[in-house]
Ligand binder design. Structure first.
Ligand code: SF4
Length: 246
């Protein structure tokens, strides 16, 4: 739970609670589960309780700092959970208080990324309307089978809709959906048991985004650890792609 994230595309990470259940191949080597095991958290799986964190004051602090600096930090929520997880131990008050926190921090852009976009609509606050101005909704799509998540994502009104295609584990045709997206991030897998990615999978997503005018960010190649990944650089065919939504 780093305050300032090492993740390329966000300024901060915030976890309202911790714990999750694996739902798809992108979860196979879930770093959050491995992190939890190291600390004997036992918060992964359908029978494991999620636990609320004590870091809810951080976004308030970041919001005040942003008001002074004039910058607009991005907050990734959540790196150690899925914010649209419908597990029975996530109390309705937690989610209500999270929406209240988001409303209280208008100087932050909240990136709510999920592998459960079919749950989004029923978990939105009553005053969602066409979407909060400071919320970006995203879905993870790691292969073609997971692309059906985009249907659920695009049914929900949102200022920004984005995909995290990381770890990419297969080619994906986005043609049915790309006109409804505002941003696409992709990258290879990090970890001892990383799955090699075919560079053509990344090239195809780059070209699909370019064809539709959708900002594209290539985060990283795959590798066993950050040292190995950083040594490979961030270029795809000699170009670093660092697109963000306007
Ligand atoms: S949804 Fe995210 S946090 Fe949950 S198991 Fe999958 S990778 Fe881990």
């Amino acid at each position: 739970m780093a305050e300032n994230s090492g993740i390329e595309w966000t300024t901060h990470t915030f976890n309202p609670w911790i714990g999750c259940t694996k739902v798809s191949p992108a979860c196979d080597h879930c770093y959050a589960e491995a992190w939890d095991k190291r600390f004997n958290g036992e918060r992964w799986g359908p029978h494991a309780p999620r636990t609320r964190t004590k870091t809810w004051g951080n976004p308030i602090k970041w919001n005040k700092q942003a008001a002074i600096s004039g910058e607009r930090p991005r907050v990734f929520c959540a790196s150690l959970a899925d914010v649209f997880d419908n597990h029975r131990t996530i109390e309705p008050t937690w989610r209500r208080e999270l929406w209240a926190l988001i409303r209280q921090t208008p100087n932050l852009d909240w990136l709510l990324l999920t592998k459960r976009p079919s749950n989004i609509a029923k978990m939105l606050p009553d005053d969602w309307g066409n979407g909060y101005a400071n919320v970006w909704l995203g879905a993870t799509v790691e292969n073609q089978a997971a692309a059906n998540r985009i249907d659920d994502l695009t049914k929900v009104p949102a200022r920004i809709r984005f995909l995290s295609m990381e770890p990419l584990v297969g080619p994906v045709d986005l043609s049915a959906h790309i006109q409804n997206l505002h941003w696409v991030i992709t990258g290879g897998e990090n970890g001892t048991h990383y799955r090699p990615a075919d560079p053509d999978w990344f090239r195809s997503i780059r070209d699909q985004c370019a064809g539709a005018g959708v900002p594209f960010l290539f985060k990283q190649w795959e590798g066993r650890n950050q040292k190995e990944i950083k040594a490979k650089g961030r270029a795809l065919d000699d170009v670093v792609h660092d697109g963000y939504p306007a």
